[in-house]
Design a protein. Structure first.
Length: 98
C-alpha cells in the first residue's frame, strides 16, 4: 500500500463594516487556489455580537469552498469514467453522513 501525505494551507479573512461581516477563505493546495465567500448581517432587532457575525460569515465561506471542492471532484471523477451524470448520492465512496 502506498502512503501519501499532503498539506493544504487555508487562510480565513474576516472584515466587518456597518453591521455586515464578510469572510473570505483561501485554500492553497500547492497546485491550485480556491476562494470561498460568506456574509452575515446583524438584524436591527438583534444585539450586535461581532463573534456571531464572524462565525456565520466564516461558516458560509467554508460552505461555499466545500461546494466548489465537491463540484471539482465530481468533474474529475467523470473525466476518469467514474461519474455517471445526475445521481441522488455522490458518485464516490465517501458519504455525507457523520
Amino acid at each position: 500500500m502506498t502512503t501519501r501525505t499532503l498539506e493544504w494551507k487555508v487562510g480565513l479573512y474576516l472584515f466587518e463594516e456597518d453591521g455586515t461581516t464578510k469572510a473570505r477563505v483561501v485554500l492553497d493546495t500547492g497546485t491550485s487556489t480556491l476562494t470561498g465567500h460568506g456574509t452575515a448581517r446583524c438584524s436591527s432587532e438583534d444585539p450586535d455580537v461581532p463573534e456571531i457575525g464572524d462565525e456565520l460569515a466564516a461558516g458560509r465561506a467554508f460552505k461555499d469552498l466545500a461546494a466548489q471542492l465537491t463540484r471539482i471532484a465530481d468533474r474529475d471523477l467523470e473525466s476518469v469514467g467514474a461519474g455517471g451524470g445526475e445521481r441522488l448520492a455522490p458518485p464516490y465512496a465517501w458519504t455525507t453522513a457523520l
